[in-house]
Design a protein around this ligand. Structure first.
Ligand code: NJP
Length: 231
């Protein structure tokens, strides 16, 4: 396709895999994150555009969409993937860590959607894919901040789905289980994680699948887990 897709959190992990797969399929990919070096390296492979931006800042989110439209003259897809998490007992969580998680996962999703929706509504077409988590649908110990942020991010996307549907715009939400990435300061690629975690490319295939639905179909939700994961 000649579609133009913005992918947030594309410097590593799931977002990078999504960017590579969409580029392989012929999309023009706009890779968004804060790490310049990683984005430059990725853009050599995707032949797309990379934009340094912090999704939790409104000016950055708006700038990403404006730059994309200026550069490619069109925009079809937004993949809201940028996200952070850390895990602790509630009383050991700092207020600033709470803010970092909510600013990225919830406000970042809100701001990126806010930036693209007027454009998608005007063209009566567009597809937002949100990467939330299976913990948007269950709770667990040490997950007060991250779990709450994923419930909230999920609610933003589900409400938006109902708002934009009459305008021909789709919102799909992906709920992965454990994925072998740099998430929460981990290092991917260990032999152990290979058995217990999804690969970023598995999640990228799920994104591809929801994007390939016929024009009259919206896949609202798609959940995937490693077969070994109990949840
Ligand atoms: O994590 P990681 P994942 N503005 O750390 C970017 C969800 N998830 O791929 O800015 C812009 O490898 C960061 O880029 P940089 C998870 O909640 C994961 O696993 O350069 N970008 C990097 O590219 C998240 O929503 C698991 O530091 C920002 C990327 O985000 C999504 O999957 C399970 C940013 C993070 O890459 C991707 O996470 C699950 C900002 N302010 C859901 N802050 C799992 N891994 O097990 C961060 O259910 N980024």
């Amino acid at each position: 396709t000649d579609h133009v897709a913005i992918v947030t959190g594309a410097s590593r992990g799931i977002g990078r895999a999504v960017a590579l797969l969409l580029a392989l399929q012929g999309a023009k990919v706009v890779a968004v994150a804060r790490s310049e070096e990683e984005l430059t390296e990725l853009t050599h492979k995707t032949k797309g555009l990379s934009l340094i931006a912090d999704v939790s800042l409104e000016t950055d989110a708006q700038q990403v969409v404006e730059s994309t439209l200026l550069h490619y003259g069109r925009l079809d897809i937004l993949v809201c993937n940028a996200g952070v998490g850390s895990f602790n007992e509630l009383e050991h969580f700092t207020a600033s860590e709470w803010d970092r998680i909510f600013d990225t996962n919830v406000k970042g999703t809100f701001l990126m959607c806010k930036a693209v929706v007027p454009h998608f509504k005007a063209q009566k077409k567009g597809h937002i894919v949100g990467i939330t988590s299976d913990v948007a649908k269950r709770t667990f110990a040490h997950g007060t901040a991250y779990g709450a942020s994923k419930f909230a991010q999920d609610a933003v996307l589900a409400s938006l789905r109902k708002e934009v549907r009459p305008h021909g715009v789709k919102v799909s939400t992906i709920y992965p289980g454990l994925v072998d990435t740099y998430f929460n300061d981990t290092t991917p690629g260990s032999p152990e994680a290979e058995k217990t975690h999804l690969r970023p490319s598995d999640v990228a295939q799920a994104v591809r699948y929801v994007l390939e639905a016929p024009s009259h179909v919206v896949i609202d939700e798609l959940m995937l887990h490693p077969l070994t994961q109990e949840w």
